[in-house]
Structures are given as structure tokens and as C-alpha cells.
Write a protein that binds this ligand. Sequence first.
Ligand SMILES: C[S@@+](CC[C@H](N)C(=O)[O-])C[C@H]1O[C@@H](n2cnc3c(N)ncnc32)[C@H](O)[C@@H]1O
Length: 211
Amino acid sequence: MKKKNNQHYSTKYPDVQLKVHSVSESLRRHLYIFKTTTGVFSYRKIDLGTKVLIRNLEIPPNSNKLLDLGCGYGPIGMVLGYESHESEIYFIEINRRAIWCVKENIKINLPNSQNRTHVLSGNYFDALKEDEITFDAIYMNPPLRKGRNEFLSILHQAPKYLATNGFFEFVIRKKMGAPYVYKYFTKKFPNGKITIKVKRSGYWVFQCSYE
Ligand SMILES: C[S@@+](CC[C@H](N)C(=O)[O-])C[C@H]1O[C@@H](n2cnc3c(N)ncnc32)[C@H](O)[C@@H]1O
């Protein structure tokens, strides 16, 4: 069966023919230019769910470390790095083409930020070499086409990587199980707090924190 170009992006080495594209987009009143490639999530234009998340991002003031988990070519982390000048920004991604794009996109959009940007390739939190590292906030547009369980496991792992008062923000399409995730969190984390920040264009943006 013929594969569509944007399928199988959640893989270390995508096997679609490599073509470089560029995407320019104004996000929160700043123009960003992204290099993208085939085999990387939403390489022709920024995903609508990602845009809804970005529009509603809460960036904690005076934050130390922020994480873009499953960063793709890096739109979320790029906005974090641009708006939070002092923070260290971590990008984690499994897809090596996306890793190349993020590195290029940092040069384009966050020049002179080499000492505060960290691009890590690997499997979600396993990519962090330092075990004790914590973040003031973690942001994610999860790859739910792979199934819900992987994301539910991230919901359980996240507290270990959040600093005191830290929070996790993510976007989920209603059709892809946003109401289920809300109920799941309230059931599994009775001491935690989950809020639906916004429901827009079929996407729900969540912020959660754990006691
Ligand atoms: C829905 S996409 C979002 C990408 C990017 N954050 C954006 O908003 O455009 C999810 C991303 O998670 C990445 N991903 C999938 N499995 C992963 C894993 N095990 N570890 C790290 N990243 C993963 C995918 O390659 C993909 O880039």
C-alpha cells in the first residue's frame, strides 16, 4: 500500500524520500520561519492543534527550564525560547529528521541561544541524561495516532520531571479522546489539578499539576 508522505513520522529514521520545505507563520505576533522535511509531523504547515496550544500557552515568569516534549520541528519550543529569554529550553524528539530541523530552526529563530537550548534525541523522558532534572513547565501535542496508552504513561511520568509548582500543558483533539483524558486524570490523580483552558476548533487545551 502507498504510504502518505506525512505518515510514520514517529519513527527514528522515516523512510519517505527526503525533501526540505519551509513554513513561515506568525505566532503570538512574531514571525517565525521553520525548516521542515518530509517524514516530519505536519511539515507543510503548523498543525491546528499546535497553533491552538501555542495561542494559549502559559509561560511561567522567571522560569528556569521549560520542555517541549515530542517537539517535531520545534514550533512550541521556539515560541518558548523567544518569549522567555532567560530560560533554558529543552527539545525532545525521536525522529532524527525532526532533530535536524529543530537545530536549523534554532539558528534561524533563536540566534545566540546555543548555551540555553538543548536538543535531545530519544524516547520521551529517557532522552534526558540527567536523572534529577526538573522543569517549570512541560508542553506537548502528543502523537495520539499511536494510541492513547503511550500518552497516559507520560501523564504518570510527568510529575517526576516537574519542579515545585510546575505544570504540564497539552492539547488533545476532542475526537481523539480529550474527554477521556480529562476523566482519566481526575480518577488517577485525585490530589492533582486539571483544567481545560480552552476548547477551540475541536481541540481542548489542558493544564495539569500534581500534588
Ligand atoms: C503530534 S506531533 C507534535 C510535533 C510538534 N510538537 C508540533 O506541535 O508540531 C508528536 C511528535 O512526537 C514525536 N514522538 C513520537 N514518539 C516519540 C517518542 N517515543 N519520543 C519522543 N518523541 C516522539 C513525533 O515524532 C512527533 O514529532
